[in-house]
Design a protein around this ligand. Sequence first.
Ligand code: SF4
Length: 237
Amino acid sequence: MTITLADDELLVAETFGPTVQGEGPSTGRRAVFIRLMNCNLTCKNCDTPHTWDDTRFDLNAAGTVVSISDLLAWATAQPVDLVVITGGEPLIQQRRLIPLAQGIVYAGMQVEIETNGTIAPAPDLLAWVTRFNVSPKLSTFGAGMPISRRIKGRVLRRFAVSGRSVFKFVVSSIADLDEITELVEVHDLAPVYVMPEGRTAEEVTRRLAEIADPAIERGFHLTTRLHLLAWGDQRGR
Ligand code: SF4
């Protein structure tokens, strides 16, 4: 994908909302979303491959160049107080996210950024982001990628010590909880949320029931995927 961006532009997959944040500590909170194109990982179970997988999608058609001022005008006109910036991997475009996050905060709103935790946040971005929802990829979810590509210890520590991050792991079985425990101990990560993998309300509900007690015993918080329970696997909800 060869699109050249000006300094005041972002490559956007979609904007949507008002809806609710469906995952993590802000679950249920009214929000709007800005989903950015491109990712530096290739997770087997990715639920947004249209942002990066050029073997299955026409990325030139999927992405739109939008000016930061237009994004700000759209986001700050919404009747919510939370903007979630997601992807793809938003931190690929992080230099351009600084004025966007700053403008959102100046408008009296909060900003969450969802990231896979492999790209360190710049200090100028950290200053404006209310919370990073950091989602490191486990061996099952990111099958085919070596751990050195999925897990960057120094980057995870940077998020952990920022005081502005939570760590959210997508879990497909109880066995994943052991892998999370090891990562949490090695990299000193907290707080930790675990979330059931699933593309349907039935899958999410069944896996949540399987992992709930063992996750709590290990000291982890739980989150569901509220948007899936409410609307199913609809894009833009
Ligand atoms: S990091 Fe996220 S967006 Fe990127 S491939 Fe993995 S699940 Fe998809």
